[in-house]
Write a protein that binds this ligand. Structure first.
Ligand SMILES: Nc1ncnc2c1ncn2[C@@H]1O[C@H](COP(=O)(O)OP(=O)(O)OP(=O)(O)O)[C@@H](O)[C@H]1O
Ligand SMILES: [Mg+2]
Length: 467
């Protein structure tokens, strides 16, 4: 018999969320001995005296761990194992073998058994084996969660896009996530630099540690310094207490230096020293504090140019640029536009209950536009169109005017000579643009356009029907 104190660890691990364990053995004494031990250890236990019986239980219960006798009456133990693994591929199977069947135990591991335990075994040995099985379950679950987070149906976690350019980016993100080197993320405004930085952090081993973004462009220099490095008591006017800097708060995690090109030159030197020496000195303090953080930086400026102009330190540039991740502008990966539009429509439906689809024509307009504001502009356009559209389908007229205009320029014959627009199209554009400018206030729009509100609603209904 085992003492209760010895089983607490297993119980603690298994007990919080009862794991289901199945014992399959035709020997009643073993079946019941295992069941009792597992039960005391905090498992929900099931027993079966044959492969057939085990099959029935597996159909009905979400079994996590299986103790399987390799010598069952009427069936080949290995076949039984294969059936179990095909039915529950994620279950951890421990095979129980007699002395004579060790070779088949080895064979069993090739077929996916986690380990084997030779009969006769003590209950202590069984307990240790169960603890290892729980650990295995924990690791595989963790891996699965991580994999799922990394690979969603449309892209890399929350990053949407299936274009070759994005696929290439996902491979670099996955690699960057596993390293601790600094990464410089470059790309035009709105391409998703912050999103990428978050993905690197949250898909890496330190995902449960802080991710702290610092906008180097939005703070006055003296504030950035105290934000990053903290200050000692009395160092700053009114500083009654000392304040921890973000580099210290992020301990073990990531600091994301957004718009890093905006960092004042004297702070660049201080930052470089902090990265190199892995320690910081709070403003006004004398004590140095060790830091252990990963640095990710982003910029929409050409840092090399900034270096050439003398506004960015070359040594810091090299330090940050160990790995570069260049996010292509949206106009260079237009095939992602429908997927992104759908993603934003889905999100709108989930968060505000407004469910809309995009008309073919509107989608074509989105694909033809060049998106100087990149994904952020697309996101805003879709959100606004959702709010503007009066029917369930978003029409071209619901889109912001620059996008509509691109679409109207398409007919080739209109490209030479003055462009003629039918009066009804002009009216439609004018009405929709006015509502857009008035942030959706249709009553005010009708008043300003000098038409009755019923006329306006009738026209909107007509436009909605023009799918
Ligand atoms: N590939 C993508 N999939 C889904 N959403 C995206 C994608 N790229 C960008 N976004 C969304 O677009 C918006 C802008 O992204 P983000 O803030 O990461 O861009 P940025 O490059 O940091 O922009 P800025 O230079 O203006 O700071 C965010 O709401 C983000 O969620
Ligand atoms: Mg940003």
């Amino acid at each position: 018999m085992i003492a209760t104190s010895e089983i607490t660890t297993t119980r603690e691990i298994a007990g919080a969320n009862l794991l289901n364990l199945l014992v399959v053995d035709d020997d009643r004494a073993i079946r019941e001995g295992c069941r009792d031990t597992a039960h005391i250890a905090g498992f929900n236990t099931f027993i079966a005296d044959s492969a057939e019986h085990a099959g029935k239980i597996l159909e009905q219960q979400a079994i996590d761990i299986i103790l399987l006798d390799l010598r069952l009456p009427g069936v080949n133990g290995l076949d039984a194992l294969k059936t179990i693994k095909s039915r529950r591929p994620n279950a951890v199977v421990i095979v129980m073998t007699g002395f004579a069947t060790v070779p088949s135990a080895v064979q069993a591991m090739k077929f996916g058994a986690f380990d084997y335990i030779s009969k006769p075994f003590t209950l202590d040995e069984l307990r240790v084996m169960l603890e290892r099985a729980i650990e295995e379950l924990r690791i595989t679950t963790e891996k699965r969660v991580l994999r799922e987070r990394l690979r969603s149906k449309n892209g890399f976690g929350s990053i949407v896009g299936r274009s070759p350019e994005m696929e290439k980016l996902y491979r670099i993100i996955a690699k960057a996530a596993q390293s601790t080197h600094p990464v410089l993320i470059t790309g035009e405004s709105g391409t998703g630099k912050e999103l990428v930085a978050r993905s690197i952090h949250y898909s890496g081993p330190c995902h449960d540690k802080p991710f702290i973004p610092v906008d180097c462009g939005s703070l006055v220099p003296s504030l950035i310094e105290s934000e990053l490095f903290g200050y000692a008591r009395g160092a700053v006017t009114g500083a009654i207490r000392s304040k921890e800097g973000l580099l210290a708060i992020a301990q073990g995690g990531t600091v994301f230096l957004d718009e890093v090109s905006e960092l004042p030159i004297d702070l660049q030197a201080k930052l470089l020293r902090a990265i190199q020496e892995k320690e910081i000195r709070p403003v006004g303090g004398t004590k140095r504090l060790p830091i252990n953080v990963r640095i990710l930086a982003a910029t929409n400026r050409d840092l090399e140019e900034a270096v050439a102009e003398g506004t960015f330190r070359r040594d810091l540039y090299f330090r940050l640029n160990v790995l570069t991740l260049k996010i292509p502008p949206l106009r260079d990966r237009k095939q992602d536009i429908p997927l992104l539009a759908e993603h934003f429509l889905d999100r709108m439906a989930r968060t505000s209950g407004v469910s809309r689809t995009m008309s073919e024509e509107a989608l074509r307009a989105l694909e033809q536009y060049d998106w100087p504001g990149n994904v952020r502009e697309l996101e805003n356009s879709v959100d606004r169109a959702c709010a503007l559209s009066s029917g369930p389908t978003i029409q071209t007229g619901d889109l912001p005017s620059p996008i509509q205009n691109i679409h109207h320029r398409i007919p080739a014959e209109a490209s030479s000579g003055p462009r003629i627009i039918p009066l009804c199209d002009m009216e439609k554009q004018l009405i929709l643009r006015t509502i857009d400018q008035l942030k959706g206030d249709k009553l005010l729009a009708a008043r300003l356009l000098g038409i009755g509100k019923t006329t306006l609603y009738r026209k909107l209904k007509e436009y909605a029907g023009e799918d």
